[in-house]
Ligand binder design. Structure first.
Ligand code: NI
Length: 139
């Protein structure tokens, strides 16, 4: 089994805010991330596909196709957007890195299987800051 990864980048704004809670409670739990007037991150998204290489190409997945897929289906919909307000697949969800990684998995898993006979999605790794990241393996 070989693991192939592609890294993409996007900028987005969000706030962490649970509407079921008081302002004070949100502030206590989320700290500055609950700031009413939003804040932004430079996100790095690493998509890893696993499989055995296609004997005709030596590729698990064509990385050019994977890059286009991630851009069209995910990063174009997130880049320079507000995760709480502008992104249909994040509607009514807390705009956390965890939830975002899980939604990205749901979008990409079937699309990757559609463009690669030999690879399947293995993981979504989403960096919110250089030191904080979330990984999701689909379970
Ligand atoms: Ni944040």
């Amino acid at each position: 089994m070989v693991y192939v990864s592609r890294k993409e980048h996007f900028n987005a704004a969000h706030k962490l805010y649970n509407p079921a809670w008081s302002f004070e409670r949100n502030k206590e739990v989320f700290g500055p991330c609950a700031n009413e007037n939003w804040h932004g991150h430079n996100f790095e998204l690493i998509v890893t596909v696993k499989g055995t290489p296609d004997p005709d190409t030596g590729f698990v997945i064509d990385l050019k196709k994977l890059s286009t897929l991630i851009r069209v289906e995910v990063t174009d919909k997130l880049d320079h957007k507000n995760l709480n307000l502008d992104v249909p697949f994040m509607k009514d969800k807390l705009a956390s890195c965890e939830n975002l990684a899980m939604e990205i998995w749901k979008i990409l898993a079937p699309e990757i299987s559609a463009i690669s006979k030999y690879g399947v999605l293995h993981s979504i790794r989403l960096y919110e800051t250089p030191r904080n990241y979330v990984e999701y393996f689909g379970e």
